[in-house]
Design a protein around this ligand. Structure first.
Ligand SMILES: [Zn+2]
Length: 288
C-alpha cells in the first residue's frame, strides 16, 4: 500500500516539475533573443567622424573561422525591402545577396545573418597583423584587391586595408554600443543598422595609406592615396561607394576610403557616368 502511494507521489512530482519547466523555459528563451550581446573589453574604438561607422580602430576579439560557413546548397532568401517601398526593388540582381552586384544600403538589407560562403584573406597589407574577420573578403573581390594594391605600388602608392568583411554579429555589437552612447537617432546617422551594412557582403573594404593615418576618417580625403583610389579603383572593378555630394542618394556622407567591388563592367559604367550604385539601379533615393 505504501509503495503504491510512493509511486503516485513520484508521478505527481514528475508531472509538476515537467509542467514547471515547460512554463518557465519558453518565455525566457525568447527574451534572450539578441538582447545580451557582450561587448568585448577591447571594443572601445571610436566611430569615424563621418559616414558609415567602420570601427577602424576596433580590434574584434572574434577570430573568424573560414570553415564556419553556411551550407552553400541552401538557397538564401531575398532581402526584405523597406516596408513602404515593398515591390519597388529595381532589379532582381540587386536583391540577390550572393550577387557581386548586390545593392545594400539603408533601405535594402541582407537576409538575416547572411554570411558569404567564399570569404578568404586577401594577400595584401592591412593596418593590423591579426587574421581576423575584418581582414576577409569574398574571393573574387579579394583577387581584384590584390591586383589593385600591386598596381598602386607600381605608382609609388602604398595602400593598407583597414576593415573589410563584418559579420552581422559584429555590426550588432558596434551598433548597440553606439546607440547606448549616443541614442538611436544619432547612431543611425553614422552607423549601419545590423543587416544593412555593405561590409556584411564581403565586397566592401575601407582602405588607407600604409601608415594607417586618417583610416576611415574624413581627413583621408585629399591624401595621395585617396586621389589614387578615386582615379584607379574602376580599373580593378571597384567603385567609391559613397561619393562626395551624393549623400541624398546613398544615405552616407563622402567616404573616400570605402570601396566596393562590383566587377569591371559595372564599375566602368558607374565611374564613367559619375553615378552611384543606387542610380545604376534607378533606385529610390535613400534620404536618412
Ligand atoms: Zn566602410
Amino acid at each position: 500500500m505504501s509503495k503504491k502511494f510512493k509511486i503516485i507521489i513520484l508521478l505527481i512530482v514528475v508531472i509538476a516539475v515537467g509542467w514547471g519547466i515547460g512554463k518557465y523555459t519558453s518565455p525566457s528563451a525568447s527574451e534572450s533573443n539578441g538582447s545580451n550581446i557582450n561587448v568585448g573589453d577591447n571594443l572601445q574604438g571610436e566611430p569615424g567622424d563621418t559616414g558609415e561607422s567602420d570601427g577602424g580602430g576596433i580590434t574584434d576579439p572574434a577570430v573568424a573561422d573560414p570553415s564556419d560557413t553556411p551550407d552553400p546548397s541552401e538557397p538564401s532568401s531575398p532581402p526584405e525591402s523597406g516596408g513602404d517601398n515593398a515591390g519597388s526593388v529595381p532589379d532582381p540582381i540587386s536583391a540577390e545577396p550572393d550577387s557581386i552586384t548586390v545593392m545594400v544600403n539603408k533601405q535594402y538589407g541582407l537576409p538575416d545573418n547572411y554570411k558569404p560562403t567564399d570569404l578568404v584573406y586577401p594577400d595584401v597589407r592591412f593596418t593590423f597583423k591579426e587574421k581576423i574577420e575584418k581582414r576577409m573578403m569574398r574571393s573574387e573581390a579579394a583577387k581584384a584587391l590584390e591586383k589593385m594594391f600591386a598596381g598602386a605600388e607600381e605608382d609609388g602608392i602604398y595602400l593598407a586595408g583597414v576593415s573589410a568583411y563584418r559579420s552581422q554579429a559584429t555590426q550588432t555589437t558596434l551598433y548597440n554600443r553606439y546607440v547606448e552612447r549616443d541614442g538611436e537617432e544619432k547612431a543611425r546617422t553614422y552607423s549601419a543598422v545590423p543587416g544593412y551594412s555593405e561590409h556584411q557582403t564581403g565586397l566592401a573594404i575601407d582602405v588607407s595609406g600604409s601608415d594607417g593615418k586618417c583610416a576611415a576618417e574624413s581627413c583621408f580625403g585629399g591624401t595621395k592615396e585617396a586621389e589614387w583610389l578615386a582615379k584607379h579603383v574602376g580599373e580593378y572593378g571597384f567603385i567609391i561607394r559613397y561619393p562626395e555630394g551624393k549623400q541624398d542618394i546613398t544615405g552616407y556622407k563622402y567616404e573616400p576610403w570605402h570601396i566596393r567591388y562590383v566587377g569591371k563592367d559595372i564599375a566602368a559604367y558607374i565611374n564613367e557616368k559619375d553615378i552611384t550604385l543606387e542610380e545604376y539601379y534607378d533606385a529610390i533615393p535613400v534620404s536618412k
